[in-house]
Design a protein around this ligand. Structure first.
Ligand code: N01
Length: 538
């Protein structure tokens, strides 16, 4: 920084104006009285819901649960319109939160953070934006999201395509007019599963390029029943409490029985009942779904049969039937996904054996076959969790970069801090339950824990908090141990970084929200055991 340069100084800098950043701003500014600023790359708030505007985008956790619970008046006054809110309805909710808590004045939009550098002497973080503007803060909150760094795989000739090109995670704000157009879509993950039925209904012809089929259960979305909403609101506290006690931080109405405790007939009846509940409720079939191969096989086979029964052409049905275990990737919640392949204007191309060879000016080639279309959509997901952090040049003590430190995979204590990066707090990302839970609940728990820690520092006359290396190593071992008790290490998913060539294979999230929360609380109660609290700079 050149001398004399005017640099804005804050107590707290927050990167990202999604659900995490917005609550962090409210908490630090309004509850702790700290000067706080959000830096956001987009032109508006909402994070993942700001960027993912593809047709059919909607939440897969019931709206009554996928919302903030920190303020009872907020949850009482807001009326959800659909059981699973679509992207636009969630943005309406976000706008309401921004207005209600007067957040906009402290959010700087259209500003992407290029670098964050810690100063060992002052104990301050300097954030450098892509515009060159800098700002300084003592606490740096990384509310950067888990699924915000779009993954656009490179193919030979990919710049040559002459039609329109989109990524589901960077969808144009004005939408895309598909009428009369032919469309190619690469990928069949959750985004594609939601987008394909809608696009197929709007375009002339849709060609789907599938590498791996996905498990999906029908969402049965519908307008939210006002009587149900009224009943929930009458005792929202108890409703939320059930979520707080659940493995996934939302009330999934889990069957507590394991495979061995039920007869085949009982299991079948339970599966049919769960199928009618739909979507992610299907995770609640058997308590050992993700830890016992027999349990997983019986549930996987049940869904495979359901898929086959929905698709008219047995060859296509076979291609759409997943060979992996259910739950390896997040189960999708769909509306007419498999049925869409019965339409005359939809073609499924299997690229599991023969990958896409190249993109051409008019489409793409798979081996000797070429496919032509007007619009090409990448539904190819994200460099999940670590991607959004590693795209920023983050330098901690003595210039150590986060990229170097996480060279062999993310290393954190509680997912909240990483040794060598004092006062940098990561919200709901690697090392914490984050993506395996209701993200908003996980986010609130994190922000409240960090705010309590900062308050504790202030009350102790201190200003610096940093994870200890030894405690961090223990947490990494513990996270791996928890994951190793599941079946999730044995299959490929973005939880393991398997979707990004060269990414270290590490199971990134921590499985088990209640256990996790308890450990966070115990550490705080013991004066933030495992963290060093100190005073740095003036
Ligand atoms: O991304 P994905 P997504 N050549 O990574 C394929 C959340 N979400 O955006 O499976 C060909 O799941 C890839 O193939 P494969 C949710 O947590 C939630 O769909 O790697 N194909 C796969 O089919 C979800 O898990 C909702 O073999 C390539 C697809 O692209 C997460 O976001 C809605 C390829 C990517 O699927 C990510 O979902 C949407 C290549 N080179 C998303 N590279 C809700 O419902 C990748 N693929 C709330």
């Amino acid at each position: 920084m050149s001398s004399g340069e005017q640099v804005a100084k804050y107590d707290v800098a927050i990167i990202g104006a999604g659900f995490a950043g917005l609550y962090a701003l409210h908490k630090f500014r309004d509850d702790l009285g700290l000067s706080t600023r959000i830096i956001e790359a987009g032109t508006g708030p909402g994070g993942t819901w700001y960027w993912n505007r593809y047709p059919g985008a909607r939440v897969d956790i019931p709206s009554m649960q996928y919302s903030y619970q920190f303020d009872d008046a907020l949850q009482q006054e807001w009326d959800w319109r659909e059981k699973y809110a679509p992207q636009g309805e969630i943005l309406d909710y976000v706008d309401h939160v921004v207005d209600r808590f007067d957040l906009a004045k402290d959010i700087q939009y259209n500003s992407r953070v290029r670098a964050c550098q810690y100063d060992d002497y002052t104990g301050l973080w300097t954030l450098t934006l892509e515009s060159g503007e800098k700002l300084v803060a003592r606490y740096c909150i990384m509310a950067t999201g888990c699924l915000s760094a779009a993954n656009k795989p490179r193919f030979e000739g990919d710049d040559s395509f002459r039609g329109e090109v989109y990524h589901t995670g960077q969808w144009p704000h004005d939408g895309v007019d598909f009428e009369g157009k032919t469309v190619g879509i690469i990928g069949t993950g959750s985004s594609a599963v939601q987008a394909i039925p809608v696009i197929a209904g709007e375009c002339k012809h849709l060609t789907v390029f599938q590498r791996t089929p996905n498990f999906s259960a029908p969402a049965y979305n519908e307008p939210l029943d006002p009587e149900y909403a009224k009943a929930v609101k009458a005792d929202y506290k108890a409703f939320r409490q059930r979520g707080q006690e659940s493995l996934v931080a939302w009330d999934i109405d889990m069957n507590e029985k394991e495979y061995a405790e039920m007869s085949p007939e009982e299991i079948h009846a339970c599966l049919e009942e769960r199928w009618k509940m739909g979507g992610l409720f299907f995770y609640g079939t058997l308590a050992d779904l993700l830890t016992n191969q027999q349990a997983n096989d019986v549930v996987s086979d049940f869904v495979r049969e359901k898929i086959r029964s929905k698709v008219d052409d047995p060859g296509i049905a076979d291609l759409l039937t997943p060979k992996t275990m259910i739950g390896c990737k997040r189960i999708c919640a769909d509306t007419n996904y498999f049925e869409t392949y019965n339409r005359d204007n939809v073609t499924l191309v299997d690229i599991s054996e023969q990958p896409i060879s190249r993109i051409t000016p008019n489409g793409l080639e798979v081996g000797d076959e070429s496919w032509e279309f007007d619009v090409l959509i990448y539904a190819t997901g994200f460099d999940a969790m670590t991607g959004s952090l590693e795209r920023i040049d983050i330098r901690g003590r003595r210039g150590l970069t986060l990229k170097e430190k996480w060279n062999a995979g993310p290393r954190t204590l509680l997912g909240l801090q990483t040794a060598g990066f004092p006062n940098m707090f990561v919200i709901a990302n690697a090392g914490s339950p984050s993506v395996l839970t209701n993200m908003i609940t996980g986010i609130e728990q994190h922000i409240e824990w960090v705010a309590d820690a900062v308050r504790y520092l202030q009350q102790s006359g201190l200003n610096t908090m940093e994870a200890n290396l030894e405690a961090e190593d223990d947490w990494v071992d513990h996270t791996n141990e928890v994951a190793s008790e599941t079946l999730l290490l044995g299959c490929n998913s973005w939880y393991l970084g398997a979707n990004i060539p060269g990414k270290p294979r590490v199971f990134m999230p921590y499985l088990g929200y209640p256990d996790y929360k308890q450990q966070c609380n115990e550490i705080a109660a013991e004066g933030y055991k495992g963290f060093t609290l100190s005073s740095t700079g003036a």
